[in-house]
Design a binder for this molecule. Structure first.
Ligand code: SME
Length: 149
């Protein structure tokens, strides 16, 4: 259901308009979240993209945080309890679990979907699968609309 709504929003040709609405959709449709949005790979760092939630870190180096780990591994990261992760960057001290999914184009991570929850263990297999599908659809839209970062 959510993936169909995301696909519909990816028909929009302006990247910021599309991703801004997708961040609002995620934040609105899933319960128990305190942040949902995007980080773009720009040069040698991750830069804050459209999001919903509190003010967040604007620049994240590739060697820092859960977002940096997602970039390096090109694999989604499901963090059951962020307090158990030494390298977690706390943008909001209320965050207790996190899901970060890479968007891969031509074998390169070009952006990430990052979602935080104030509850430990918020992100299950279903949630992760839905965001992996969203990441694939965003990658297709990126190519189809000739988006660039
Ligand atoms: N927690 C992330 C930083 C981004 S905020 O959660 C929005 C990290 O550890 O990389």
């Amino acid at each position: 259901m959510i993936n169909e709504q995301i696909k519909a929003m990816l028909e929009e040709r302006d990247m910021i308009a599309s991703l801004a609405n997708i961040s609002a959709l995620l934040y609105d449709q899933y319960d128990r979240l305190n942040w949902a949005g995007f980080y773009f790979v720009r040069g040698n760092e991750l830069v804050l993209g459209p999001f919903q939630g509190k003010v967040a870190c604007m620049h994240i180096p590739f060697d820092k945080g859960v977002c940096g780990l997602t970039y390096r591994t090109k694999a989604s990261q499901v963090i059951h309890d962020v307090h158990e992760i030494e390298d977690h960057i706390a943008c909001d001290s209320a965050s207790r679990s996190e899901l970060c999914v890479p968007v891969i184009v031509n074998d390169t991570c070009i952006m990430e979907i990052d979602i935080d929850s104030p509850f430990v263990g918020r992100f299950d297999e279903t949630f992760e699968q839905e965001m992996l599908q969203a990441a694939k659809d965003i990658a297709s839209a990126y190519l189809q609309h000739h988006w660039s970062l």
